[in-house]
Write a protein that binds this ligand. Structure first.
Ligand code: PEP
Ligand code: MN
Length: 270
């Protein structure tokens, strides 16, 4: 198994540019809104996050909504705004592919392809990402065991791409008081048995901005390789995942606290 720690060395370092590398000395803070809603929303959010020193900006353009009548995302127009973010602020872009029809468009725009929890079993996305030169972040499906998840991730590795990040974003359990159950036990196992970077996503697990900060602080102490967090310039008006979006001010405060915690583990934020 390519993901196995016994195969070729201990940890997959991913180097994006001179400012941003994922390694055992760094801690990557990916941030941005759930969805690219308008040019203004994207540029305003990106400007504040760039000022803070964020290097990887997230925003989905093709949203895999549960309700087919809900807003489905800004599509290719949104990808153009993300391109503008890269040019204007020099940030790297992560955005999700929701099905193979949008794979080529997303892949050509982004620096990191995101495969979402609901798409974990889409073999066309896994194989397509495996053949891509871009890095990939694959989220754990909320109904997948750690083993099932890693078997799916292996499709990407087996097709030639080793620049893969794991992401725990909560699983479905009998507990319904939060959106999902943040499985740090499973995350610990993933870190123990694979050599892939582990990014934690407290936003989708909590589903409520009130709890995102606590989970993010616990994740920083957990010594994962980074966080992906939803931040919106005006959460009250968010079109998708509104309840879990942090304001810029909340995120700035969190960033400071995370930075203190990870320095105890010998890491620095990138
Ligand atoms: C997202 O990142 O906005 C998203 C849809 O996440 P998930 O795939 O974890 O539900
Ligand atoms: Mn979201």
């Amino acid at each position: 198994m390519l993901s196995d720690k016994k195969h070729e060395g201990d940890f997959v370092n991913i180097s994006f540019n001179s400012k941003c590398e994922i390694s055992k000395d760094t801690f990557v803070m990916m941030a941005g809104p759930c969805a690219a809603e308008s040019r203004d929303q994207i540029m305003r959010t990106a400007e504040s996050l760039a000022e803070l020193g964020i290097h990887i900006f997230r925003a989905g353009c093709f949203k895999p909504r549960t309700d087919p009548y809900a807003w489905q995302g800004s599509g290719e127009e949104g990808l153009k705004w993300l391109d503008e973010v890269r040019t204007q602020y020099g940030m790297l872009i992560i955005s999700e592919v929701s099905n193979f029809m949008n794979f080529a468009a997303v892949e050509s725009c982004v620096d990191i392809i995101q495969i979402g929890a609901k798409a974990l079993y889409d073999h066309s996305l896994l194989i397509g990402s495996g053949k891509s030169q871009k890095s990939v972040l694959v989220k754990r499906g909320f109904g997948a065991t750690v083993n099932e998840y890693l078997r799916m991730v292996e499709y990407i590795l087996a097709n030639g791409n080793q620049n893969v990040m794991l992401c725990e974003r909560g699983i479905r359990t009998f507990e319904t008081s939060t959106r999902f159950t943040y499985d740090l036990c499973g995350a610990a196992v993933m870190q123990d048995i694979t050599k892939l970077p582990l990014i934690l996503d407290p936003s989708h697990a909590a589903g409520n901005s009130k709890f995102v900060v606590k989970l993010a602080l616990a994740s920083a102490a957990f010594d994962c390789d980074g966080l992906i967090i939803e931040v919106h310039c005006n959460p009250d008006e968010a079109l998708c995942d509104k309840a879990q979006a942090l304001t810029i001010a909340e995120y700035k405060e969190l960033y400071k606290r995370v930075s203190e915690i990870i320095s105890l583990n010998g890491r620095r934020i990138v």
